[in-house]
Structure formats: structure tokens, C-alpha cells
Design a protein around this ligand. Structure first.
Ligand code: GLN
Ligand code: ZN
Length: 784
């Protein structure tokens, strides 16, 4: 029984890679220094896995930016716009690589970056390969070989990790019409064969090929592509041992394919999909080894050895022990590096710390699981097992986790909790009377620029340089200025500006019970950007009001309506490490109840409009289409639990910042928010087609300008965009607002853009009154 790892985090336990890359980009360190920083991290990672007793240690799991971009460079899929950089012999390969990742403005060149998107259902983002119809591939970068040889020189025989050819193509995007990227397989495969042969010649025995698409819905052609591709690989490289890795879900209907492939070993994710074990054991051939993904690569909880050993035992009954491998469920890329870095932690009590395992600890768990599977009589092994049992037990029974009151509240949830008192059309009338807003009301999404000063105040509060009182006074001044300014330019629905918030999830997590924060639990989000997700360890409750103070303060400064601003339950769940001892839906219901209390508190404090942001609703969608409905049902219900405790007169807004709604539009409508503000400007209002076709019943604020860019749109552009919206949605339903929150923008451009936006709304109103009699002609004119 071998132990192996699918990938180790490459940011370094103190985010060394982030620091080195950013310094290199600013030309503060040399290429040599950057390469050295990379080599140091690789060495450290290899060493610690070796010391932990991992038999097959991965290489090529390191990346200076992203593993998919690495693959694009390896197979020479370099979009034409970078060719000036390719041919410039003086520039190192790494500069081309970073240019593809980040864009390039230098030497008179201005080249935009490649697109980035989420890696399956994780919070990691990869760089999307771009393909043309006649796309050629050739072995361009030798990174895979270099890293294998580098480890070899250090005396470590590694198992190179490569993204499989089918998943690589499916991860990409066609940049021309008239072909499907899977048709490029013929061109791509020879490069893969060349890499494998070179690896073999350099002494590689095992190679891990990742095909995460095996856990996704595949078309008939894609399924066939798997069969032909792996046959071809076997024919060309009969001596390389391929470990084919699936993860993030059940193989499901792809199991017959996976078990028919001529590979030496198959890896399955038994954390996400433990139920697949039996079926897999029945279906894979005798001579195919099975790698059991037992240790959760995507969460921070200690492995439950008893549970894992039960799965192992099942596998041992069906398969010879030599044909079994133990590993993490997926690459440890999605875990923080090392719990030992948390030694100065104040928030993580020893009790909670004893429930956790980060990447380094997970590698040790893998090794311990093998020891336990092989020899449970051994005294040292027995100690390991009982220590683990004690930790699991302590978590199961901990007072700080289990709150009877919270559990009872969830049990007592009934359909009424998810139901506003009346239907939208009734509420709309009451809200119009209550709020007295003009046609095309203007608002913003919540945050205003978080300037250096504001961030400095927060840092100083943390350090104790500022007292809480001093900090509050500063935030008050900033909020007051924002309110006065919004009034002055004539916005209709004001916001307090969110100056007191660090991050839209962290802010609430810190105020809710059941959450804990680490000091060093960083996980790569993309490139050099890392996030530190909160940990939801216990039943969630709200000990006291969270936003009432600042919202009421802002409302006290103006006669206009200030919109209360909350993060929704699904988003809080989605951007945290979630407890694994109950269904995610239940944890989400607990958060929803806490947010509901906050919504009700705001209403009692006289706030008439409350926004509950759910930017992460879509990214929670399961990988398989057949699981979507179940997810959407509870996710939408949780939003409704949070938002339905208010009077009909109180207006509930939600906000989402993405533009794909077509496939989930009926669920968005089922959220029954009175107003939804969405991203629209980058897609030139195209997404409104979905809302129009569906006849979305409630009100919509289609973002009229892109807050991701410092560019200030003209009044006319915004009017034009709104006219497009007006052509498909009734005037009475429309709001005017930016795409998203403004916290990353500077004040100067924000002010100018919003002044123009208010003017645009005014001109829409002027036109509407002029044209009330000839409304339909107006729409036709706009369409023309
Ligand atoms: N209210 C939040 C803000 O304005 C929303 C952020 C988001 O959509 N991601 O910053
Ligand atoms: Zn947004």
C-alpha cells in the first residue's frame, strides 16, 4: 500500500511566493531571486512530504501563477497577441508567462491578460486557455521535465502531475466560431506523448494525469475521446505508469469509461463522494490500482481515522493491498499550509486547534492512515489512533459547537418563514407609498472607496494605536461625508458606505458565534492573491445586532432613505471553511436565521430598505446538472428565510455580480427580492434578455457602469444602456446603479461617475414624462 499526494500548496507557509512575485513585478528583485524563491518552496515542500513518509511525492504541482497557464505554456498554446514577447529572445520565458496572466504594458506594447475563471466549484481561479480553429501545439516550456530533474538531483523521485489533455481542452474556450475545442485533441496529443516519453527517458516511473472532468457531465464525444486518448498514450508509452486522477465528485456515469481506460491506477475522491467506493471496487479491473482519496484536500478538519479506516477495510477486502494507494481527496492546493504557523494564534484556542489539519498535517494523516491500515497492533500506531479518536470525540461533544437553541430554531422552521406576507405586486404598491421614490431611482451597491487612510485606521485599531472610540469617530466622519455627498449629488437611495468593514464575509463572521479566524490560514485564490476564509466550527448565532449602529447612524444624518447592507447566508457559507459534521444546507439555515434577526432589527430601527448581497449564489452550483435543483432549492430558501421576516412596506434588495442568469433565472425570481441589482454593463445589457424572456416580475437595477475599471462612462453611454433595458423591461421596474460596490475605486472617479449616473437617470425621467403618450414609439426608436 503506497501513500501519495496529489499536490501541495505552493504559496509557502508564509506566503513567500506572493511576496517574491509581487516584488519581481515591481522590479524590486531580480529574476534570479524569484527563481530561487520558487526553488526554495519546492525543496521545502518535497522535504516535508518525504519526512512525513509519502512514497509518491508530486512535482510540477508548483506554479508561479497557475497550473493551467503552466500547461498552456508547456503545449505552446500562446495567443497571437503575445507573439512579440515570444520572439523577443532577451526576455525570459517567465515574463511571457506573467504577461499572459496579468497583461503587459511596456515598451510601447499594451496587451490584455487572458481571462480568468473559477476552478470547478472551488474558490481558486485559473487562466482560461484560448483556442483557435486551426490551433497548433508544440512543446514550448520544459517546466514539467525541469522540476522532475530538479527533484531527482535532490535525491527525490517524484511523480510529475499533469493536467490531462481532455480536461485541459475542456477548461479552455474557443476564440473563433465553427468548431468545438475537443476536436483539437488530434493536434494536442502528440505534445503530451512527447512529454511523457521525455519523462520516461529522464527516469520517471509514475505520472499523475489529472482529469477532473471525469466527475462532470460529459457528452458522448467527450466520453469517446477519453477512450481513444488513453489507448493512444498506452500504445506510445507502454512503460510509464499512469495514475489517472478524478476529484471533486462522483465518477457516476463516467465510471464505466474510467475503469475501461488502460491506466495503472485510478484516483477517486472519497471525501466528496464516499458512496462511490463500492461501485468502483466492483467495476475496476483486477490489475488496476485504486487510489483512495481519504483526506479532505478542500477543508481544514482533522481526518476521522475510524471513518477512513472503514473505507480502507472495504477496499482491502475487494482488492489486494499492493493495489491500493492512500492520498488526499484532491490537491492540497485548496488547504492552508501549516497549522504550526498558528502558534501565536489568539483566536484559535487549543481546543479548536486540536480539530484542525492544514496541508502539512494532512500529509502526516495520509502516512498515519497507512500505518494504521497495515498494523493496528503496534503500540505507537494504537496511540496515534486513540489520539485521533479523542480529538474527533472532543469535537462531537464540545459545548462551544452545539447550541440547543440554534438547533431548535432550525427544527422549528416552517414554510411561513420563507414567505413574505403578500405577493410582490401587493408589496410594490405599499413600498411605493412608503418610499416615495421617483421613476428610475438611483442607488449604489453599498461600499464607497476604502482609501488608504480608512484601511490604516483599521490597522491602527488592531494594533492598539487607536482606541475603539477614536476609530469610531473617524469612521463617523467618513460616513457623514459620504451621506452629505450623496445627498448633494441627488442620489435617491443612500448607503452608509461600509467604511467600518474589512471584508463582506469577515465582518459578519467576526460578529457571529460559531466562527473562528486564523492568522495564517492563507489559501491561493489566483496568482499572488491569497484569501483567509473564516472557519465555521459550530452552530451559528447572533449574540447582538451587527449593523444597526452604523446604519442607524447614517440614517440619522438624512431624510432620504439609507439602505441597510448585509451579506447573505449563501455567500457567507460559500466563502468560508464549513463544518463537515452536518449538511451544508443546515449550516446555511442557521446563518439565514441570524441574518433574519438582523434584518428585523434594522426594520425596527426604522430602516425601510435592506439589501442582502448574494454574489456567491451562482458559484455554489454543484458540478453535475442533476444536483442543481436540490442546491438551488435550499439556497434560495435560505435567502428567503433571511429576508421574509419584514413588513410588506419594507423593501428587500439583493445584489449579484455576474452576468450568467439564463440557466437559473427562475430560481433568481424565486428569491422574491423586491429589487435585484446585477452586473450588466460589460455585457452591454445582453443578460437582460433572460429577464425579459422570463418576464421577471420584480424590480431590477441593471448595472450601468463597470466598477472594475477606473474609466468614467459618459452620461450618454449610461442613458443608452438604460434605453436597452427599457426596451425589454417596464420603466416602473427599473433602477439605475453601478455594477458592484465601489470599494476598490478612488473617490475622484467614483464621484464623477455617480454625478453622471444621476444626470442620466434625470434625463430618462424627463424623457419618460415627455413621452408618456408615445411610449411605444419611443421604444421602437431606441431599438432602431
Ligand atoms: N455591498 C457590497 C459592496 O458594495 C457588495 C460586494 C459584492 O457584490 N461583492 O462592496
Ligand atoms: Zn457585486
Amino acid at each position: 500500500m503506497l501513500t501519495h499526494n496529489l499536490g501541495y500548496p505552493r504559496i509557502g507557509s508564509r506566503r513567500q511566493l506572493k511576496k517574491a512575485c509581487e516584488a519581481y513585478w515591481k522590479e524590486k528583485i531580480s529574476l534570479h531571486d524569484l527563481l530561487k524563491a520558487g526553488a526554495d518552496i519546492r525543496l521545502q515542500n518535497w522535504k516535508l512530504q518525504q519526512e512525513a513518509g509519502i512514497d509518491m511525492i508530486p512535482s510540477n504541482d508548483f506554479s508561479f501563477y497557475d497550473q493551467v497557464l503552466d500547461m498552456s505554456l508547456t503545449v505552446g498554446a500562446i495567443p497571437e497577441r503575445y507573439h512579440d514577447i515570444v520572439t523577443d529572445q532577451k526576455r525570459p520565458e517567465l515574463d511571457l508567462y506573467f504577461a499572459m496572466a496579468r497583461g503587459y504594458q511596456n515598451n510601447g506594447l499594451d496587451i490584455i491578460a487572458m481571462e480568468m475563471t473559477k476552478w470547478f466549484d472551488t474558490n481558486y481561479h485559473y487562466i482560461v486557455p484560448e483556442f483557435k480553429k486551426d490551433q497548433k501545439f508544440k512543446l514550448f516550456s520544459s517546466k514539467i521535465l525541469d522540476e522532475f530533474k530538479e527533484a531527482k538531483r535532490l535525491g527525490i523521485q517524484t511523480k510529475p502531475v499533469i493536467i490531462g489533455p481532455i480536461s485541459y481542452l475542456l477548461l479552455g474556450k474557443e476564440k473563433e466560431t465553427g468548431f468545438h475545442r475537443i476536436s483539437l485533441l488530434q493536434n494536442l496529443l502528440p505534445v503530451y506523448l512527447e512529454i511523457l516519453k521525455k519523462l520516461e527517458n529522464s527516469g520517471a516511473t509514475w505520472v499523475q494525469i489529472d482529469e477532473p472532468y471525469l466527475a462532470m457531465d460529459l457528452s458522448k464525444e467527450e466520453k469517446e475521446a477519453f477512450l481513444s486518448t488513453y489507448k493512444e498514450i498506452k500504445r506510445a508509452c507502454p512503460n510509464i505508469k499512469i495514475l489517472l486522477a478524478s476529484y471533486f465528485g462522483n465518477l457516476g456515469d463516467n465510471l464505466p469509461i474510467a475503469s475501461a481506460l488502460p491506466v495503472c491506477a485510478l484516483h477517486i475522491d472519497l471525501v466528496r463522494a464516499p458512496e462511490q467506493l463500492e461501485e468502483v471496487l466492483q467495476s475496476i479491473p483486477k490489475n488496476m490500482s485504486l487510489s483512495l482519496g481519504l483526506v479532505d484536500g478542500r477543508n481544514i478538519w482533522k481526518n476521522d481515522f475510524e471513518g477512513s479506516l472503514a473505507l480502507l477495510e472495504k477496499a482491502q477486502k475487494a482488492k489486494e493491498t499492493e493495489r491500493l494507494l492512500i492520498g488526499p481527496s484532491c490537491s492540497l492546493l485548496h488547504s492552508p499550509c501549516d497549522l504550526e504557523e498558528e502558534s501565536n494564534e489568539t483566536a484559535l484556542t487549543p481546543e479548536i486547534k486540536n480539530w484542525l489539519a492544514f496541508a502539512k498535517q494532512k500529509v502526516e494523516e495520509i502516512s498515519n492512515l497507512r500505518k494504521l491500515a497495515i498494523d493496528q497492533e503496534n503500540k505507537a500506531n494504537l496511540d496515534i489512533l486513540s489520539e485521533n479518536k479523542a480529538a474527533i470525540q472532543s469535537k462531537a461533544e464540545a459545548q462551544i459547537i452545539h447550541k440547543a437553541k440554534v438547533k431548535l430554531a432550525v427544527e422549528l422552521l416552517s414554510p411561513e418563514h420563507s414567505q413574505r406576507k403578500n405577493i410582490f405586486s401587493e408589496r410594490q404598491k405599499l413600498q411605493e407609498e412608503n418610499l416615495k421614490l421617483p421613476l428610475f431611482p438611483t442607488t449604489t451597491i453599498g461600499s464607497f472607496p476604502q482609501t488608504k487612510e480608512v484601511r490604516q485606521w483599521r490597522a491602527n485599531l488592531k494594533k492598539g494605536v487607536l482606541t475603539q472610540n477614536q476609530y469610531n469617530e473617524l469612521i463617523k466622519k467618513e460616513t457623514k461625508a459620504a451621506i452629505e455627498w450623496q445627498e448633494a449629488i441627488g442620489l435617491d437611495v443612500l448607503v452608509h458606505g461600509e467604511f467600518e468593514r474589512n471584508d463582506m464575509v469577515e465582518y459578519f463572521g467576526e460578529k457571529l458565534e460559531g466562527f473562528v479566524f486564523t492568522q495564517n490560514g492563507w489559501v491561493q485564490s489566483y496568482g499572488s492573491r491569497c484569501v483567509k476564509p473564516p472557519i465555521i466550527y459550530g452552530d451559528v448565532s447572533r449574540p447582538r445586532a451587527m449593523t444597526k449602529y452604523w446604519t442607524s447612524f447614517a440614517q440619522s444624518l438624512t431624510n432620504k432613505n439609507v439602505k441597510g447592507m448585509l451579506t447573505g447566508p449563501v455567500t457567507i457559507l460559500q466563502w468560508s471553511f464549513v463544518r463537515n459534521d452536518q449538511a451544508r444546507s443546515v449550516t446555511c439555515q442557521q446563518i439565514a436565521l441570524a441574518i433574519r434577526e438582523e434584518v428585523n432589527d434594522l426594520e425596527s430601527a426604522g430602516i425601510k430598505i435592506i439589501q442582502i448581497d448574494e454574489p456567491a449564489l451562482r458559484e455554489g452550483l454543484p458540478l453535475r446538472l442533476s444536483h442543481w435543483d436540490a442546491y438551488l432549492k435550499w439556497a434560495v430558501d435560505c435567502f428567503r428565510i433571511a429576508s421574509s421576516g419584514v413588513k410588506d412596506e419594507t423593501q428587500i434588495h439583493t445584489h449579484m455580480c455576474y452576468s450568467e442568469f439564463n440557466d437559473i433565472i427562475q430560481h433568481i425570481a424565486a428569491m422574491d427580492a423586491d429589487v435585484i441589482t446585477i452586473e450588466c454593463s460589460r455585457s452591454q445589457m445582453e443578460l437582460l434578455d433572460a429577464f425579459a424572456e422570463f418576464q421577471y416580475p420584480n424590480e431590477i437595477g441593471p448595472g450601468v457602469y463597470d466598477i472594475h475599471s477606473p474609466r468614467i462612462p459618459t452620461e450618454d453611454e449610461m442613458v443608452q444602456l438604460m434605453n436597452k433595458a427599457k426596451a425589454v423591461i417596464k420603466d416602473r421596474q427599473l433602477w439605475v446603479n453601478p455594477d458592484c460596490g465601489l470599494k476598490t475605486r478612488g473617490w475622484e472617479e467614483t464621484k464623477e461617475a455617480l454625478i453622471r449616473m444621476v444626470k442620466a437617470a434625470q434625463s430618462l425621467r424627463d424623457n419618460a414624462t415627455l413621452n408618456t403618450s408615445s411610449f411605444s414609439t419611443k421604444v421602437l426608436n431606441n431599438l432602431g
